[in-house]
Ligand binder design. Structure first.
Ligand code: HEC
Length: 164
């Protein structure tokens, strides 16, 4: 590999990084459809269902299974029933609706106890904190509970759950 090739490869790698960073849609810029669905990807990068499954079950990330039972994950202990089971969720809702529900469930279900995972305006929260760290609100570190790509990963996983 000569140095000209390496520098060309590096240049194109930088272009890819720059494009994907600028393609991320900030919470305030999300375009909603009927106040329920988000038709466009939040990142432009296809979600990874395997990563989404991890986010769904990890206590420190989405912790979705604390409230939602998921038969596709029999090994995950202590699944909750505060929300509906995930069984068949990919058949009940479109990809755009699932993206909207995961980003901000209070649009579809105004009184929902489900956390708003894609919001970075502290005024939108009753009690803003530092994600699941139980630390007090700090404007320097305050961010969405899940990143845009984690939401895409979760949605990519949920659409696969078409079996009841
Ligand atoms: C604190 C409990 C709680 C957590 C945590 C939670 N949810 Fe929910 N979720 C709910 C409730 C309750 C509903 C039912 C809607 C309502 O509030 O009336 C719901 C509804 C949904 C629905 C619509 C289900 C259907 O079939 O109608 C989806 C999809 C969903 N949640 C995904 C998720 C994902 C993905 C996560 C994790 C990133 C998550 N939820 C975390 C409580 C929760």
């Amino acid at each position: 590999m000569n140095s000209r090739f390496i520098s060309a490869a590096l240049t194109s790698a930088f272009v890819v990084v720059a494009v994907s960073a600028s393609a991320e849609i900030k919470p305030a810029d999300v375009v909603w459809e009927n106040d329920i669905a988000i038709p466009a990807s939040l990142t432009g990068v296809p979600g990874d269902p395997a990563e989404g499954a991890k986010v769904l079950s990890a206590r420190s990330l989405g912790n979705c299974v604390a409230c939602h039972q998921n038969s596709a994950m029999p090994d995950v202990a202590f699944q909750g029933n505060v929300g509906p089971s995930f069984d068949g969720v990919g058949a009940r809702w479109s990809e755009a609706e699932l993206r909207g529900i995961v980003a901000d469930a209070k649009r579809a279900f105004p009184e929902s106890r489900m956390p708003t995972f894609y919001e970075d305006d502290p005024a939108a929260f009753i009690r803003p904190g530092d994600a699941y760290t139980a630390k007090a609100y700090n404007p320097e570190t305050f961010s969405t509970l899940l990143t845009a790509q984690q939401i895409e990963d979760v949605v990519a996983y949920l659409v696969t759950l078409t079996e009841y």
